[in-house]
Design a protein around this ligand. Structure first.
Ligand code: ADP
Ligand code: GLC
Length: 487
């Protein structure tokens, strides 16, 4: 048991409340797993407009947060209990009562440094108001990157946080919270810390860099990504900083919330199914085909994709590869939102292959589950992928992931060899080069597997469905990390 550990987790998303990607899934599942392991874990996040409808109770009507010696922000804190996990919602209307959480649909909010600086600083005021002495302040991604710094700058005479250690998770090192140096004063960053060894990055503030420097420990969300952060070509420009702090960087693979992602109990899909009885999966496929105006035909391999539409996801080589690939009888269902450039390319792809490709632009929890359940293959050709959750979900649903060999994708999928000789252990398909050619070859391999080698396909499907990426061992690894820091 870890009942002596107090953890305050600070994040900008939380699955079920507000989500743009896998960060939200982890921000919800990790505290639940830490709590099951016996820790006292609480979560702090902003009270965005999108949460108003839940009408959580006001717990603290006035919380004073000093972001720097001059500027005090009057906040309130609302409270919400998610299956035993206490969630604290930071209310400050000027910052969080607006459409969108990071941007207005096109541009990032200009005051993001302040909005998330306030969230990071509020963690300290909240702990004091609750009289909750945290052993660990656990922050996630650039939005909460100032938590480790603020901890390191606590007044030396203040004993409240004197034993507290900070852990910082890198879910996505490409987002670094870079901003103009004029924010230094407002964020309470000491000018002496605006140096290349700390926050300074080509004349700008780089919040992620500061977190790597000041955190007591850094966790990358897969061992593979941990190694990539140390290399020039895959570190998003920060390899020197990661290398300088390599001794305190580890990699812990995310788990999967099988309470939400399990075809045997999933209420969002047309029929339930298991590895033993796949009849429901056929039904899910037929319903998905109907719903997306594709020909209902079990013989046609169906390729699914659910994704944020960003450069990270490899769409610039996947889309041209699909144009070539769709000369055959494959079907493609895509759900995604993000860059207008990619949605326009996807609309064009669908228009060029009517009845064969369906693209839904937007965000839909239900359709995401239906695509996972009804597809035969799940495409995840990411340029980089710190962990990736969708390939893990798809394996559980017997939908073979087609991944590029990078980061967490490499750590979780056992690729089927081109000659299929390792079908007894393979759990998906994989390719190396981030190119149209390599993607096309992997898609062709999948098509041939489905249409020519159904037995091999079924074997790999069974292997995939038997995989488990539980949160329990991941939570145990985090707890061990906390303990080492506190020892
Ligand atoms: P990332 O965090 O980089 O977006 P992950 O694979 O870790 O990638 O997690 C993505 C999460 O977001 C998954 O739970 C996925 O189902 C969900 N998701 C992404 N785009 C959409 C969408 N358009 N509609 C519904 N869910 C989505
Ligand atoms: C990020 C990464 C993704 C990871 C997720 C949760 O959004 O892009 O690979 O799975 O965070 O850690």
């Amino acid at each position: 048991m870890a009942s002596d550990l107090n953890v305050m987790l600070v994040a900008s998303e939380y699955e079920g409340l507000v989500k743009t990607g896998g960060l939200a899934d982890v921000a919800r599942a990790l505290p639940a797993a830490l709590r099951s392991a016996g820790t006292h874990t609480k979560v702090l996040m902003p009270y965005y407009r999108a949460l108003f409808k839940h009408q959580p109770e006001v717990l603290i009507s006035s919380l004073d947060v000093a972001l720097n010696p001059r500027d005090h922000y009057g906040c309130a804190v609302r409270h919400y209990n998610d299956n035993g996990v206490e969630i604290y919602l930071l209310e400050h209307h000027q910052f969080y009562d607006r459409e969108g959480i990071y941007d207005d649909g096109r541009w990032p909010f200009e005051d993001n440094p302040l909005r998330f600086g306030l969230l990071s600083k509020a963690a300290f005021a909240l702990c004091k108001a609750l009289n909750f002495v945290p052993d660990i302040l656990h922050a996630h991604d650039w939005q909460t990157a100032l938590v480790p710094y603020y901890l390191s700058k606590q007044a030396p005479g203040d004993s409240f946080f004197s034993h507290t250690r900070s852990v910082f998770n890198v879910h996505n090192g490409a987002y670094q919270g870079k901003c103009h140096a004029r924010w230094l004063g407002a964020l309470g960053i000491d000018p002496s810390d605006f140096i290349p060894e700390h926050f300074e990055d080509y004349g700008e503030i780089n919040l992620l860099k500061g977190a790597v420097v000041f955190a007591d420990h850094i966790v990358a969300v897969s061992p593979g990504y941990r190694d990539e952060l140390m290399q020039e070509s895959t570190s998003h420009g920060l390899w020197q900083t990661f290398q300088a702090h390599a001794h305190k960087v580890s990699g812990i693979l995310n788990g999967c919330d099988y309470g939400l992602w399990n075809p045997e109990h999933d209420e969002l899909i047309a029929a339930r199914f298991s590895a033993k009885d796949l009849a429901g999966k056929q039904q899910c496929k037929a319903v998905l085909q109907t719903q997306t105006q594709l020909m209902v035909n079990p013989e046609r391999p169906l390729f699914g994709l659910v994704s944020r539409l960003t450069d990270q996801k490899g769409l610039h080589y996947l889309i041209p590869a699909l144009h070539e690939f769709l000369g055959n009888k494959a079907q493609v269902v895509i759900l995604g939102s993000g860059d207008a450039h990619f949605s326009s390319l996807l609309r064009h792809l669908a228009a060029s292959h009517p009845g064969q490709v369906h693209f839904t632009e937007g965000y839909s929890e239900a359709l995401a589950h239906q695509i996972e359940a009804g597809s035969d293959f799940f495409m995840m050709p990411s340029l980089f992928e710190p962990c990736g959750l969708n390939q893990i979900y798809s394996m559980r649903y017997g939908t073979l992931p087609i991944v590029r060999s990078t980061g967490g994708l490499r750590d979780t999928v056992v690729p089927l060899a081109v000659d299929n000789h390792n079908a007894d252990v393979a759990t998906g398909l994989s390719f190396d080069a981030p190119s149209i050619e390599a993607t096309s070859m992997a898609l062709a391999h999948a098509f041939e597997l489905y249409t020519q080698h159904p037995k091999v396909f079924k074997q790999v499907q069974q292997n995939a469905m038997a995989q488990r990426f539980e949160w329990e061992p991941a939570a145990a690894a985090y707890i061990e990390t906390y303990r080492t820091l506190l020892a």
